[in-house]
Design a protein around this ligand. Structure first.
Ligand code: KG4
Ligand code: ZN
Length: 345
C-alpha cells in the first residue's frame, strides 16, 4: 500500500510517499522561514499562499523521485488539524482534489498523532504501550499510548507550549524567528551558574505544564541585568544573552524531564517516545536519555528532520489508519484548527 502524505498545518509544506512494503519512498519539504522571518513570526495568510505555490511541484517531485505514477498511489492522507485554518484548508482542498482526479480515497490526519508516530519511521519500531512527550510550537502533551488510536491525555500545558516559550524568549533576547533552534545554539555558550529560573509547577502534583511564567522571569532578569541606559535600546551583551538562554533552556528541559519521570512512575510504562519540534533540542534529548536510564526505561526519537513538521509522518499515519480500513466518507473539505488529541480515539 502506497500513501501520499500532505502536511500544511503551519509554516512548512511537506509531501511524502510511504510504502507499507518498502518504507519511506520519498519526501520533500519546503520551509517558509524566509517568508516569515522579516515579520518576526508566522503570518497566516502568507503561509496559506505559499502552500498553494508549493504543493503541486513538491507532489510532482516525490512521485518522480519514487519512480511512480499517480496510479500507483493507493490513498492520500492530509493534515486536517490542529493548525492554522487557512493553511489546513489549502492542504485539505489539494488532497481532496487529487483524490477526486485520481479516483483515490482520502483521509484526514491529526497532526499531533502524526508527530507521535514519527519514531515509527526509524528502523526499530517502538513497542506499545508507551509514554509520549509531544513538544511542538503549539502543544505540550504527555500521552499514554496503548495502540494506534488509543490515546489517553495525561498532562498538557495550561498556557504557552514549550516551543512557543522558546520562540517568545528568543524574541526577548533579540534572536530572529524561528527562535527555538537559535536560542538553543546560544545556550551552548552560556554559563549554567549565572542565572537560575524556578522550574514551573514541579511542586504541584499532576502532569500539567506552565511555561508562560518563565518568559516573565526572563523579562525581569533582562531588566535587572541590563544597565538602565541600555534598556531603551535593548542592548544586552552577548555573554549575558547566552547565560540567560542557558538558564531558560535548563529550566524547560528540567521541567519536561521531571514530568516525564513522574508519568513513567505513575503509569509503570518503560518506553518513552519524544516528538515534535522541541524534540530536536539536544539538551532535552540528553537529559531525557539519562532520566530514562535512571528509571529503567528507554527513550526513542524520530531523526532530527522528522521532529519538526514534515510530510513523512502524515504519510505514515495515513498508512496505519488506511490499513485499519479508515477513510473520509465524503468529498466535503473539513478542517479542525483546534482538534483535541483525546477526540481521535
Ligand atoms: O513540531 P513543529 O515543527 O511545529 C508545530 O507543530 O508547532 O515545532 C516547532 C517548534 C518551534 O517552536 C521551534 O522553535 C521549536 O519547535 N524547535 C526547537 C528546536 N527546533 C525546533 N526548540 C528548541 N530547540 C530546538 N533545537
Ligand atoms: Zn508540528
Amino acid at each position: 500500500m502506497k500513501i501520499l502524505g500532505i502536511e500544511t498545518s503551519c509554516d512548512e509544506t511537506g509531501v511524502a510517499i510511504y510504502d507499507s512494503e518498502n518504507g519511506l519512498l520519498a519526501h520533500a519539504l519546503h520551509s517558509q522561514v524566509a517568508t516569515h522571518a522579516k515579520f518576526g513570526g508566522v503570518v497566516p495568510e502568507l503561509a496559506s499562499r505559499d502552500h498553494v505555490r508549493k504543493l503541486l511541484p513538491l507532489t510532482q517531485h516525490v512521485i518522480q523521485t519514487a519512480n511512480l505514477s499517480p496510479n500507483d498511489i493507493d490513498a492520500i492522507a492530509y493534515t486536517a488539524g490542529p493548525g492554522l485554518i487557512g493553511a489546513l484548508l489549502v492542504g485539505a482542498t489539494f488532497a481532496k482534489a487529487l483524490g477526486f482526479a485520481w479516483q483515490k480515497p482520502t483521509l484526514a490526519i491529526h497532526h499531533m498523532e502524526a508527530h507521535l508516530l514519527a519514531p515509527f519511521l526509524e528502523g526499530e519500531a517502538p513497542e506499545f504501550p508507551f509514554l509520549a512527550l509531544l513538544v511542538s510550537g503549539g502543544h505540550t502533551l504527555l500521552v499514554q499510548v496503548e495502540a494506534i488510536g488509543k490515546y489517553k491525555l495525561l498532562g498538557e500545558s495550561i498556557d504557552d507550549a514549550a516551543g512557543e516559550a522558546f520562540d517568545k524568549t528568543a524574541k526577548l533576547l533579540g534572536l530572529p524567528y524561528p527562535g527555538g533552534p537559535m536560542l538553543s545554539a546560544l545556550a551552548e555558550k552560556g554559563d549554567p551558574k549565572k542565572f537560575y529560573f524556578t522550574r514551573p509547577m514541579i511542586n504541584r502534583p499532576g502532569l500539567d505544564f506552565s511555561f508562560s511564567g518563565l518568559k516573565t522571569a526572563v523579562v525581569n532578569t533582562i531588566n535587572n541585568t541590563v544597565e538602565t541606559r541600555f534598556i531603551a535600546s535593548h542592548k544586552i551583551d552577548d555573554q549575558t544573552r547566552a547565560d540567560i538562554a542557558r538558564a531558560f533552556q535548563d529550566a524547560v528541559v528540567d521541567t519536561l524531564a521531571l514530568k516525564c519521570r513522574r508519568a513513567l512512575r505513575q503509569t509503570n510504562l518503560k518506553h518513552l517516545i519524544v516528538a515534535g519540534g522541541v524534540g530536536a533540542n539536544i539538551a532535552l534529548r540528553e537529559k531525557l536519555k539519562s532520566m530514562a536510564e535512571d528509571e529503567g526505561a528507554n527513550v526513542r526519537y524520530p531523526r532530527l528532520e522528522f521532529c519538526t513538521d514534515n510530510g513523512a509522518m502524515i504519510a505514515y499515519t495515513g498508512y496505519r489508519r488506511f490499513a485499519q480500513g479508515e477513510r473520509d466518507l465524503d468529498d466535503i473539505v473539513r478542517v479542525f484548527p483546534r482538534w483535541e488529541i483525546g477526540i481521535i480515539n
